[in-house]
Design a protein. Structure first.
Length: 141
């Protein structure tokens, strides 16, 4: 009898198929181009809640003449905060030839109006720091 129950249970599990994975939560996405000629400005009018995920995707850096900054062999560093205290994040190169990068991060909880600054460094240690950019943040309930 026990063998029959085990065989029936196995058959039911095979018919039902594999267990589905848990649903994923998709964070808000933000894409922008950062030009060397940019002024200190907000990237978007959208407010992002502090302490939640934010996905920067398809972001592009430009050189002085407006050309795409290639990212082959280049390190990107994103700092977010104030000049006294900030968080450092290392984005991932999405496509080196088209200069696209992405970063999935958590919006820091301790700043109401943080500055964001991106620095690129090449293999010869030449570096460039792009002008500050701002993102609207808001406390969650």
């Amino acid at each position: 009898m026990k063998k029959l129950v085990a065989v029936v249970m196995l058959g039911v599990s095979l018919i039902a198929g594999p267990v589905q994975a848990a649903d994923a939560v998709e964070p808000p996405m933000l894409s922008f181009t950062n030009a060397r000629s940019s002024t200190v400005s907000y990237i978007s009018d959208t407010e992002y809640y502090r302490g939640t995920s934010l996905l920067f995707t398809n972001c592009v850096l430009q050189t002085t003449n407006g050309a795409i900054q290639g990212l082959d062999g280049v390190t990107i560093e994103l700092k977010w905060g104030t000049t006294a205290t900030n968080h450092t994040f290392v984005p991932t190169v999405q496509d080196a030839a088209t200069g696209k990068w992405f970063l999935n991060m958590t919006v820091p909880t301790n700043w109401e109006a943080p500055n964001m600054q991106i620095k690129v460094t090449d293999a010869n240690t030449n570096s460039y720091i792009y002008p500050w950019r701002l993102i609207h943040t808001k406390a969650s309930m």
